[in-house]
Design a binder for this molecule. Structure first.
Ligand code: IPM
Ligand code: MG
Length: 355
């Protein structure tokens, strides 16, 4: 397996370091050869080359079976020209690889029940949902966009736009995913206000006809934000556009207790997928070996499953993580009384031992 590694900024290098050890160990155990190719992205790429996504990085990713990414961004680059911000590197690689489907599972680990932010009676009903976010369209990429002076005042504008082919392909990903789960898809939009959402909803309904065994419902995004905290157990698969998905996936993640636990996969029609923790670069704790590497380690499991079709290897990684939690090891973000507080590298070492 040829893996392109993009450690990025902040805690990115330390968490990818731990995750790569897990990848190499599980590969060795099952007799797979791994070739790693490390490349620059984000702020560290800006520092070294002047741009957040060097051409060399794009080429290396295209030539790999899968890409593992840490995180990008930090205060150091916040004041740069928006065209060369670290985030542009992330948006650029998603677009360059055609990664239109972003899978962000949010499930409660039984071991971390008390870390959940919701009331115990709500937690009791369980949280096990999958946010599927459209990742290469919508308002993130829509044209026209810009800042200009109109009638003597500064005016900023973006365009939220979806073509029906873009909606149909993300709809299919959602229905297919639901077939492997509890067969329920909730499509989130703002069809009571936005024209773009009316097309979104129409195409969702049309595509549902191809999947008669899956139940489709619709929810406005404001209500969805509320229902996620009121009763997350009602959701199986949530499918939504780029901006709504950005917001709702953070919300879904944090209610599980720690955003430091959740992985993600970004997939295209073909070609390599990209795997990354859903959390950011956490510049406040970078370089101190405090960051929880489990989200990145679980991203390795998704990489094995979705890009390489190695289900048993993926499950092996997930079981090693579960056992590590069973043993009571906790980084600061998931710490609770009576547990053992460990450093990021100690958490990584424990997962390796459990492998
Ligand atoms: C995410 C992040 C990115 C996004 C940023 C860093 C560009 O918030 O992956 O959710 O908005 O997509
Ligand atoms: Mg986000």
């Amino acid at each position: 397996m040829k893996i392109c590694v993009l450690p990025g900024d902040g805690i990115g290098p330390e968490i990818t370091d731990q995750a790569l050890k897990v990848l190499l160990t599980v590969a060795e155990k099952f007799g797979h050869a791994v070739e790693l190719d490390e490349q620059r992205i984000g702020g560290s790429a800006i520092d070294a080359t002047g741009v957040p996504l060097p051409e060399e990085t794009v080429e290396a990713c295209k030539g790999a079976d899968a890409v593992l990414l840490g995180a990008v961004g930090g205060p150091k680059w916040d004041t740069l020209d928006p065209a060369i911000r670290p985030e542009k590197g992330l948006l650029g690689i998603r677009k360059a690889l055609g990664l239109f489907a972003n899978l962000r599972p949010a499930a409660l680990f039984p071991q971390l029940r008390s870390a959940c932010l919701l009331r115990p009676d709500i937690v009791e009903r369980g949280v096990d949902l999958l946010v599927i976010r459209e990742l290469t369209g919508g308002i993130y990429f829509g044209e026209p966009r810009g800042v200009e002076v109109r009638d003597g005042e500064r005016t900023g504008f973006n365009t939220m736009i979806y073509r029906e082919s873009e909606v149909r392909r993300i709809a299919r990903v959602a229905f297919e995913a639901a077939r492997k789960r509890r067969r329920k898809v909730c499509s989130v939009d703002k069809a009571n206000v936005l024209d773009v959402s009316r097309v979104w909803r129409e195409v969702m309904v049309e595509t549902a006809a191809e999947f008669p065994d899956v139940e489709l419902s619709h929810m406005y995004v404001d209500n969805a934000a509320m229902q996620l905290v009121r009763d997350p157990s009602q959701f199986d698969v949530l499918v939504t556009g780029n901006l709504f998905g950005d917001i709702l996936s953070d919300e879904a993640a944090v209610i599980t207790g720690s955003i430091g636990m959740l992985p993600s996969a970004s997939l295209g029609e073909s070609g390599p997928g990209l795997y990354e923790p859903i959390h950011g670069s956490a510049p406040d704790i970078a370089g101190q070996d405090l960051a929880n590497p489990l989200a990145t380690i679980l991203s390795v499991a998704m990489l094995l499953r979705y890009s390489l079709g190695l289900e048993e290897e993926a499950r092996t990684v997930e079981r090693a993580v579960e056992r590590t939690l069973d043993q009571g090891l906790r980084t600061g973000d998931i710490m609770e009384p009576g547990k053992a507080r460990v450093k990021g590298s100690e958490m990584g070492a424990a997962v390796l031992a459990n492998l």
